[in-house]
Design a protein around this ligand. Structure first.
Ligand SMILES: [Zn+2]
Length: 64
């Protein structure tokens, strides 16, 4: 087994090979995502994984 740890850098900066090996972990992140990157549209459970993270909460409610 290779390591199954999330890379330290943000998802936004992962290259292809990083993405390939960490994909299952990324799936977990997305499943329980609370943050979205307002620059690149990626989502994650942990703020540190996104370059411009914003809480999805803060977007979903009322700006109407
Ligand atoms: Zn980003």
């Amino acid at each position: 087994m290779t390591q199954s740890k999330l890379p330290k850098k943000s998802i936004c900066k992962w290259d292809k090979s990083t993405l390939a090996h960490a994909l299952p972990l990324l799936a977990e992140q997305i499943r329980s995502a609370e943050f979205i990157c307002r620059k690149c549209g990626r989502s994650a459970a942990e703020k540190r994984l996104l370059c411009k993270a914003v809480r999805m909460d803060s977007l979903s409610d009322t700006k109407a």
